[in-house]
Design a protein around this ligand. Structure first.
Ligand SMILES: Nc1nc2c(ncn2[C@@H]2O[C@H](COP(=O)(O)OP(=O)(O)OP(=O)(O)O)[C@@H](O)[C@H]2O)c(=O)[nH]1
Ligand SMILES: [Mg+2]
Length: 209
């Protein structure tokens, strides 16, 4: 058994929804946020990480999550360690069917959060493993870097391609996002939970700092 196998998320519960700073929940818990295109699997990732199917609402059609949704979750490390934090589910970007004006509003609302939350310890950027990153992904990553955020790229829906293809597609994502060889890209499958240990290990690095 490896050390990472002792990590799990417990006591997950929905805490608050927000579209403005005065609606963010109080407290000094660190935050880990998930961003990505609509339908990439952000809400599904939260449910899978927490092993709690009904925690975050998911949908087959894009645009399901419309507010910042805060979940209070505890990272359990071994027998003793308990590290509560907020997992923050964000609305997706790049949703083609909404007009430019509402995309702009989206950008402002998310940007306000990403640039002003002092508790934000890491942003997980989700990319669908089947497709190369799109302009909206590249733009979002550029903005996160500009804000100095710690970024973890997660390649979602890994169960939709062969194991052989997973590695190759991760390298395409790395190349197109302009990430160096040291950047870790974590393939994830929400239905199977593959990638959970690796991602929780990254959470641990942030939460135990
Ligand atoms: N096969 C497979 N399907 C997935 C995976 N993750 C998400 N899905 C499916 O993809 C669809 C969208 O998932 P959501 O989690 O709602 O996506 P989202 O990024 O939260 O979408 P918005 O809230 O609209 O921004 C749903 O039909 C999920 O069941 C995965 O790892 N594997
Ligand atoms: Mg969602």
């Amino acid at each position: 058994m490896t050390a990472t196998e002792t990590l799990s998320l417990i006591n997950a519960k929905y805490t608050a929804s927000a579209v403005r700073a005065d609606q963010y929940p109080a407290g000094d818990y660190a935050e880990i946020a998930l961003i990505g295109r609509s339908n990439v699997g952000k809400s599904s990732l939260i449910n899978s990480l927490c092993r709690h199917g009904g925690l975050a609402r998911t949908s087959g059609s894009p645009g399901k999550t419309q507010t910042l949704n805060f979940y209070t979750v505890t990272l359990k490390t071994g027998e003793e360690g308990r590290h509560p934090f907020f997992l923050v589910d964000l609305p997706g970007y790049g949703y083609a069917r909404v007009g430019r004006e509402s995309r702009r509003q989206w950008a402002q609302f998310i940007d306000a959060y990403l640039s002003s939350s002092p508790r934000l310890g890491m942003v997980c950027q989700l990319i669908d493993i089947r497709h190369p990153p799109m302009d909206s992904d590249i733009e979002a990553l550029r903005r996160l870097k500009e804000l100095g955020q710690k970024i973890q790229v997660v390649a979602t829906k890994a169960d939709k391609i062969s194991r052989m293809a997973v590695r190759k597609h991760c390298e395409i994502i790395r190349r197109d996002l302009g990430l160096g060889p040291e950047a870790r890209i974590i393939p994830y499958s929400a239905p199977s939970g593959a990638g959970r240990e690796e991602l929780l290990d990254e959470f641990k690095q942030i939460l135990l700092k």
